[in-house]
Design a protein around this ligand. Structure first.
Ligand code: CA
Ligand code: CA
Length: 230
């Protein structure tokens, strides 16, 4: 009888601890939900006007909207963690000075604001210096003309080589031509608003951005990346 009582007591303790942790977790979430604020973004001037010219589009491209994008609600007190951080790329011809233009705050559509990476599936990667909680990522490839980028995949990891612990934050490669897995997100037109991606508080030190050319060219362009977190 003593043995039975003992194991019963031990068995009951675990669910109790779990429930307590769950309640504490929910309380923290509720606290965050109360403090949500609209994410304020500083957008560049629009680079082109009107409807896109006749270009070959996939079946999963989002129609170009003429309305401003609604703000994303995020916890208060976030900042853009990207400026000043270390950038690397699959394109070894891209110098540190060139890559630094991706996080220099210039998001305009002018030629001198855009950098080029070589053809094919290429990536750029930001090292945030330490694991951070990430909520919103904004990405501008190039909004000088109406174009749609292919195989836009955003991954996070604590492994700089992205071999293990890789989490997918965005993937619109629905036909898996880059071989990173079948994406469920949609392709989209590059505009001055950039692509706003919900990172949902994922924690990671490294953020990697893939693309495989656009409807305009097989080269890969970048203008700016912002990563809002804490
Ligand atoms: Ca820039
Ligand atoms: Ca694809």
């Amino acid at each position: 009888m003593k043995t039975i009582m003992h194991s019963f007591a031990r068995g009951a303790a675990a669910p109790l601890t779990l429930s307590l942790l769950l309640v504490m977790g929910l309380a923290a979430q509720a606290e965050d939900a109360k403090n949500l604020v609209p994410l304020e973004l500083k957008l560049p001037s629009p680079g082109f006007k009107g409807t896109p010219k006749d270009i070959q589009l996939s079946s999963y491209v989002e129609p170009l909207s003429d309305k401003p994008r609604p703000a994303m609600m995020v916890p208060a007190g976030l900042s853009n963690l990207a400026p000043g951080k270390k950038l690397t790329s699959s394109d070894k011809n891209a110098t540190a000075d060139t890559l630094a233009k991706i996080i220099d705050g210039d998001k305009e559509a002018s030629d001198q604001s855009i950098i080029f990476l070589r053809k094919g599936t290429q990536w750029v990667q930001i090292d945030l210096g330490a694991p951070k909680e990430l909520f919103a990522i904004v990405l501008w490839h190039a909004h000088n003309t109406a174009k749609v980028y292919h195989d836009v995949v955003v991954q996070v990891s604590d492994d700089p080589d992205f071999v293990k612990d890789v989490k997918v934050v965005y993937n619109n490669d629905q036909d898996n031509t880059s071989g990173l897995g079948v994406g469920t997100d949609r392709e989209y037109f590059e505009t001055h608003e950039g692509r706003l991606i919900n990172a949902k508080g994922v924690k990671a030190q490294y953020v990697r951005f893939y693309s495989k050319g656009s409807t305009e060219s097989s080269l890969n362009e970048y203008t700016e990346i912002e990563i809002y977190g804490r």
